[in-house]
Design a protein around this ligand. Structure first.
Ligand code: FES
Length: 637
């Protein structure tokens, strides 16, 4: 079926059904600036203008747009090497990070400025309120719109020199905070139009602080591919057209813990348009660990592409490749799975208790510390003697903290496309942060030598660690091998929440021995960390937690004792800060509480104990950093 759509002032006959989303219709016609974020319009990444109004094309049917004027960012592009004033302002102000939400922001700005040529900062922020951006913090996009407004009003707009670079040490040493009402750095509230930023004195002050004059560092620099991103030109994994591409969908577990007794995909395979259905019965059982880590991946290698056991809601059960996403979805419903439900455990402290359900009872996973107690790793390191230290201390404090599970939520979900190239190499184009690890890790799963695999990592729409994983690349690889066709798999937003990765929840107990003068004397950090159903980054993230927790303040005696537990939670992985945020959140709470209890100034208490340049970090070598010094370390596991 074709639909007559007027896009950017031109009439098109788009091959799409009236019930397809406008998003899929526009992307099938090559308007790649319109991006998928979720099926419910929550991210705003699929925003377009319809009769000048900003609408989410992922919650609008293509048929509803017939007879209306649709605008995408491609329509703003005045020509090669030319930019629309709004695009120019976004490039100049550096208002683009991943660039995934940029086209939507530019259209929101166009709609606003068409109604209000001289908006306030609050009005600009309101215009952006339906567009989630995970990286910019909106500071520079707001500046960009105010700047574009000045351009469109025909005003003289001075060169952009960006927010002032504040040399914190200069202020600490030289002067009280300057009296001025200029722009705040933290996405503050009193941004003025670009004309006024020129007069701000403090940039000069900073430059005279002995910081060497630089040509690039500390100066605004245009992003190398800013033009591509501000024009919505193809940049991301999904921005390609491949002849004969099949669409994959994942069947995931509705149960937190279950054995798969049998799976019957015959009906699904018989559905017209279905080319392959893969699951544990027809995919070779090759053990791996999905964490994108340097070679060799730390043990345990506790995963396989498709297992006859599921260990969290969202765990893989099967995958289908079909002529369309709709056919693949329908085929999923025809796959019959016979489950034996097992008791589940979600709390890391409960999981290590005797009698807890055993998450990994298979016999082909090596190097689990104690599978019978769901203990993947037991990491211990000590410098000095903390118990002796507590006995010597004047005050001893013991407090517990909990850090819960959070998701990285990049606006672009995980997506991967694979095909055979003309040299019969398997190409995997994927939204990943670890292309080289992916290539090395996927090879044994696909039974292919590394040299016959090419991984392409275009721009990604946000990562924050969640794409530091070999997450779905083996699935598209298996399906391309099974069908001989290009295969595309994109996770939905709920699959991204359930089946990708998160931050590690941790139960943390600090015990601190403090001398009467406020000197830290003995610090013990005990953690039970939750790695969910699989180990992935369990060892390395928690090791960093210990390192950051016990290397931020000087202290004679320090001990780190961490148990990493399996549970039936969705799987944590790498997340920005990689174990550091859990450590510093709990540590700084502890420091405040000790200072309050000892009636000490919290800053002076910290200053007295904080690590200074040149100080030793004796626990670091015991936690994998630098060469070993004194202190003892009972190796993990
Ligand atoms: S620049 Fe906004 S999501 Fe990346």
């Amino acid at each position: 079926m074709t639909l007559p759509l007027n896009i950017n002032g031109k009439d098109f006959d788009i091959s799409a059904n009236a019930t397809d989303t406008l998003l899929s219709a526009l992307r099938s016609a090559g308007f790649f600036s319109v991006r998928f974020g979720s099926h419910d319009g929550q991210t705003g990444a699929a925003a377009v203008l319809v009769d000048g109004q900003l609408v989410n094309s992922d919650v609008m049917l293509a048929g509803q747009a017939v007879g209306h004027k649709i605008e995408t960012v491609e329509g703003l592009n005045p020509g090669v090497n030319e930019l629309h004033p709004i695009q120019k302002a976004f490039v100049e102000t550096g208002a683009i990070q991943s660039g995934y939400s940029t086209p939507a922001m530019i259209l929101a700005a166009k709609a606003l400025l068409a109604q209000n040529p001289n908006p306030t900062e609050a009005e600009v922020r309101e215009a952006f309120s339906g567009i989630l951006c995970r990286e910019t913090g909106y500071l520079k996009p707001v500046q960009a719109v105010l700047r574009a407004a000045a351009y469109l009003r025909g005003e003289e707009v001075p060169p952009y020199d960006g927010p002032p670079i504040i040399d914190a040490t200069f202020y600490a040493e030289h002067s009280p905070a300057p009296e001025d009402d200029g722009p705040e750095l933290a996405g503050g509230s009193n941004l003025q139009s670009p004309v006024s930023t020129q007069t701000k004195p403090q940039t000069d002050i900073v430059l005279t602080s002995g910081v060497p004059e630089t040509a690039v560092v500390g100066k605004p620099e245009t992003k190398v591919d800013a033009v591509k991103l501000t024009k919505g030109n193809p940049a991301f994994v999904d921005d390609i057209d491949l002849r004969g591409m099949l669409y994959a969908k994942l069947l995931t577990s509705p149960h937190a813990h279950a054995r798969i007794l049998d799976i019957d995909a015959s009906e699904a395979e018989a559905l017209p348009g279905v080319h392959a259905v893969i699951h544990y019965k027809n995919v070779k059982r090759v053990k791996y660990a999905s964490g994108g880590q340097s070679y060799p991946n730390p043990p345990p290698h506790d995963q396989v592409s498709f297992d006859n056991k599921v260990r969290y809601v969202g765990d893989r059960v099967a995958a289908v490749a079909a002529e369309s996403e709709a056919i693949a979805e329908a085929a999923l419903k025809l796959i019959k799975v016979e489950y034996e439900l097992l008791p589940a455990v979600f709390d890391e402290n409960e999981a290590i208790k005797p009698g807890a359900p055993i998450i990994h009872d298979e016999d082909d996973t090596e190097e689990i510390h104690d599978a019978s107690r769901n203990i993947v790793h037991h990491i211990q390191a000590e410098v000095g003697d903390v118990e002796q230290g507590f006995a010597e201390a004047d005050h001893v404090f013991e407090h517990s903290y909990y850090v819960h599970q959070v998701q990285q939520t990049p606006i672009e979900p995980h997506i991967a496309i694979s095909w055979w190239d003309s040299d019969e190499r398997l190409v995997i184009r994927t939204s990943t942060q670890v292309p080289f690890h992916v290539r090395r890790m996927v090879a044994p799963l696909l039974d292919l030598p590394v040299r016959r695999i090419r991984v392409i990592k275009p721009r990604i729409g946000g990562g924050f660690g969640v794409k530091q994983e070999m997450l779905i690349e083996d699935i598209v690889g298996h399906l391309t091998i099974a069908t001989g066709r290009p295969v595309r798999l994109e996770l939905t937003r709920s699959e991204e929440f359930r089946s990708s990765r998160t931050r590690h929840p941790q139960s943390i107990t600090w015990k601190a021995g403090v001398m009467a003068d406020g000197t830290l004397h003995s610090m013990q950090m005990k953690i039970v960390a939750n790695t969910g159903a699989y180990g992935t980054h369990g060892l390395t993230v928690q090791t960093v937690t210990g390192l950051r927790g016990l290397s931020s303040y000087n202290c004679k005696n320090r001990e780190f004792d961490c148990i990493v537990a399996y549970t039936n939670l969705p799987v944590p992985g790498a997340y920005r800060g990689y174990g550091g945020p859990q450590a510093l959140f709990s540590l700084e709470c502890l420091m405040d509480e000790i200072a309050a209890a000892l009636k000490l100034d919290p800053i002076e208490f910290r200053r007295k104990n904080w690590v200074q340049a040149g100080d030793l970090m004796p626990i670091a070598p015991l936690l994998g950093e630098g060469e070993k010094r004194d202190g003892h370390h009972r190796a993990a596991d």
